[in-house]
Write a protein that binds this ligand. Structure first.
Ligand SMILES: [Zn+2]
Length: 238
């Protein structure tokens, strides 16, 4: 008998796990909005910002950025187990998985062009003021393969120790209280890495920037019973 990973199950909701908490950036942080500074900006590279209802605007951490780094980490962990991992752009492999209905563990968590994601990560907004500072760096000249001291550029970064909202929803994968399959195990390890401050997002990661720690993490597990959401378990994360 061939075991098939039937992860195409999002037409029915069986179990929903919600993980909430606060992310703290332990080092400076900037999630880019591309290389174009906003009009009127005094710096060359500014963080991506969002405008709130009261008119304030502030840097934030897009959920898609968080999801992207968690997916890359998951891929690295699976490769570390000696298993093959295809790239998110390997459409031939992705189509083959969809045709057989047999998805790899990475697509089974994060989705592909042919399978919806089982994980939703929300944008993270500052809970304390996201104060920024401007860092001046020396440009790298591609032409001369090295530092080009005449090319200075300024980059706006968020100061360390800002607290950000965190929420992640996991659908139909059991992660807590105990993982029930490979995907649950992998998600559990990713959440542990967030708790241990081992996940980085944004620019300048080689300098150690953008390192996040999950604090006050809590999970809640809901199941559908007689058409209603019932909380089945809850506890601390980490
Ligand atoms: Zn896959």
């Amino acid at each position: 008998m061939i075991s098939v990973a039937q992860f195409d199950d999002l037409d029915r909701l069986e179990v929903l796990t919600v993980v909430t908490g606060q992310l703290v950036n332990e080092t400076p942080l900037r999630i880019g909005a591309g290389r174009e500074p906003p009009l009127g900006s005094a710096v060359d590279i500014a963080p991506i910002t969002i405008r709130f209802a009261d008119g304030r605007s502030s840097p934030y951490i897009p959920g898609s950025s968080l999801k992207g780094v968690l997916r890359s980490l998951a891929e690295a962990m699976v490769r570390g187990q000696g298993k093959e991992v295809h790239s998110p752009w390997d459409f031939e492999k992705i189509d083959a998985e969809a045709k057989d209905g047999n998805y790899c563990v990475i697509c089974g968590i994060f989705g592909s062009t042919r399978l919806a994601s089982h994980v939703r990560i929300y944008d993270a907004y500052p809970e304390t003021e996201a104060i920024t500072f401007v860092k001046t760096s020396v440009g790298i000249s591609r032409e001369f393969r090295g530092a080009a001291p005449n090319i200075l550029f300024t980059e706006q970064q968020v100061v360390p120790q800002v607290r950000w909202t965190f929420r992640m929803d996991v659908v139909n994968i059991r992660v807590f209280p105990e993982p029930q399959d490979d995907r649950g195990e992998l998600l559990r390890r990713l959440i542990d890495m967030l708790v241990d401050g081992m996940v980085q997002v944004g620019a300048r990661r080689t300098l150690g920037y953008g390192r996040l720690r999950l604090e006050r993490g809590v999970y809640r597990v809901y199941e559908v019973e007689k058409g209603k959401f019932v909380k089945k378990a809850e506890g601390g994360v980490g």
